[in-house]
Design a protein around this ligand. Sequence first.
Ligand code: GLN
Length: 211
Amino acid sequence: MRIGVLALQGDFALHAKALARCRSASRDRSTGEASPPVDVEAVLVRKPEELEAVGGLIIPGGESTTLLKLMDEWEFVPAIEKFHAAGKPIFGTCAGLIVLARDVESPRQFSLGLIDVAVERNAYGRQRDSFEALGTAILEGRRVPVTMVFIRAPRIRRVGAGVESLAEHGGETVMARQGSVLVATFHPELTDDTTVHRYFCDLVRRAMATA
Ligand code: GLN
């Protein structure tokens, strides 16, 4: 299975490393449960036509306005819309979420609108611009601990009716999914915990099996 990482801007290299970590078996620190190795290869995507060779796409964190500018220059917007229409999973973290959201505030800017959430950029205020928290996600009906690193993170201000909230922090949704689109306001690639990347690999594997 090949998963693309949009490599225009931001921390794409760390997502590629996180996918590489999924290739080894790991043991859940709290439950002791074993996760089997995942047969996944990360592909850095720099041109729209490279999307044809991957079954899923990660849009990393970084700076969403700059990312959008580069996506526009390289004509990624129609290519990602086509990718989504083909049922291929997309995972956006932080700036990647901002790019995928239906509505963006503070300030308003263009977004792909592939998941029905409204986000407010840089919404944690100055002294809490960046922080780490241990939270819980509900994945496939199981409660799993997830280390959440927030860096000048957006806040999800509205969750649409068709959107499933997968994790909360401080009573707010910080990870969500609508069909093939997964988003997180935090950065799972910055920890050695592969839970969220494994979950995304699973979405891609299932989408490939039904395609
Ligand atoms: N603050 C950034 C933005 O608004 C996102 C930060 C991040 O991706 N870590 O685009």
